[in-house]
Design a protein around this ligand. Structure first.
Ligand code: TXA
Ligand code: MG
Length: 356
């Protein structure tokens, strides 16, 4: 039986009018929208909200019902664990950790540098830990971060609730970096989208595991491998694929991810891209250039920016635009994997069917 569609409200807020220590919102509309969202979180309903990486779909991390609603709205496989978002280390300690437990020393310098910000760490699930087992997908660890986006911070602080949130796209769709992307995928499936404008990083965050030896980078993201290496010289990059019975540790290990409907190809070879366009005149092909590609006749040509930062900022909005424009196939100029290129190429390789 189909569920009756619920009405999805989009509430526009002004992130620049939110300040902290103490929390103060100097715009009454923003304040009332945030309070309404916090009420929804406290009553175990779900809310989409901007973070500095992508829009998240959040719910009370301590409530099985809230977490079930997140998985259902996104159509997300239940064995893919969620990240818990907290407002401060103080809230993490008070709400999620035993009073006599302190965060492992190996994390201290990384957290001092990157929290609040796009870094997620793994902590052990200890006896009495209130995090829903649906958040951890039954694993002995939970993933946690302190977001820096004012809307995310304000929502967690106002509800005084740790919020479990995956990206607010439908499972397998490109990441949502604007409220309109969330509405496109989840309209009628969630009660509220807080629209705080477009997200800055446009890539998800970095996930690291310091509980194993050597420590692992589970997902490259806003914090770069090169930056993690400064604190953890022995860090290794976790493998990208999981077998059917293996636990999911890095996203996209088991499942298709980030893909538009159009077929995506990668190549660093301009001649191959050109040849492909010439051989497929029956298809609508787009070429997304990054560093060197010239326009290719017979294709729709777009520039994605030349630096990893610029590319990650435009990547998912452009992939969605390709579907809106009815492209059959998209060829993306691949970039080098060093200096920030790793995170971009990691997402692109998951969205793509392969290299030309
Ligand atoms: O930027 C972002 O990462 C966004 C915003 C909303 O914070 N979050 C997000 O979450 O997109 P998602 O669903 O893409 O990432 C959750 C991933 C899982 O796929 C998994 O790889 C890792 O975090 N993860 C979560 N809990 C874990 C655990 N206990 N052990 C290992 N990996 C875990
Ligand atoms: Mg995701």
């Amino acid at each position: 039986m189909m569920r009756a569609a619920m009405k999805t409200t989009v509430a526009k807020v002004k992130p620049e009018l939110i300040s902290f220590n103490p929390l103060h919102v100097s715009d009454t509309t923003t304040s009332s929208h945030l309070n309404h969202a916090a009420d929804l979180i406290r009553t175990n309903q779900v809310v989409a909200f901007p973070t500095e990486t992508v829009y998240g779909l959040g719910g009370n991390a301590l409530s099985d019902d809230a977490v079930k609603a997140i998985y259902a709205a996104k159509n997300r496989p239940a064995d893919n664990p969620l990240i818990v978002h907290v407002a401060l280390v103080e809230q993490l300690q008070r709400k999620l950790l035993p009073p006599d437990y302190s965060i492992p020393n190996c994390y201290k310098e990384l957290l001092a540098k990157y929290w609040p910000g796009p870094l997620t760490i793994l902590l052990p699930v200890l006896p009495g830990c209130p995090v829903s087992t649906l958040v951890t997908a039954g694993q002995p660890t939970f993933a946690v971060r302190v977001p820096s986006h004012p809307v995310a911070r304000a929502l967690i602080a106002l509800s005084d609730t740790p919020i479990a949130a995956p990206s607010a796209n439908a499972s397998t769709r490109p990441l949502p970096t604007r409220a309109s992307h969330v509405v496109h995928d989840l309209d009628g499936r969630i009660p509220l989208v807080i629209d705080g404008g477009s997200c800055g990083v446009g890539l998800e965050l970095t996930v690291v595991d310091g509980l194993v030896d050597p420590p692992q980078l589970l997902r490259p993201g806003g914090v770069l491998l090169e930056q993690v290496q400064q604190y953890w010289p022995s860090v290794i990059v976790a493998k990208k694929t999981a077998g059917k019975t293996e636990a999911v540790r890095t996203p996209g290990m088991k499942y298709k991810h980030y893909s538009p409907t159009a077929k995506v190809w990668l190549t660093q070879d301009y001649d191959k891209a050109k040849q492909y366009v010439q051989q497929h005149t029956d298809l609508k092909v787009a070429v997304l250039s990054t560093q060197t590609f010239q326009e290719i006749q017979g294709a729709a040509n777009y520039a994605m920016g030349t630096t990893p930062e610029a590319i990650s900022h435009s990547l998912f909005a452009l992939l969605r635009q390709m579907d809106d424009e009815g492209m059959d196939e998209v060829i993306v100029e691949a970039i080098d994997k060093s200096n920030g290129g790793l995170a971009v190429m990691n997402r692109l390789e998951k969205a793509a069917v392969g290299y030309l």
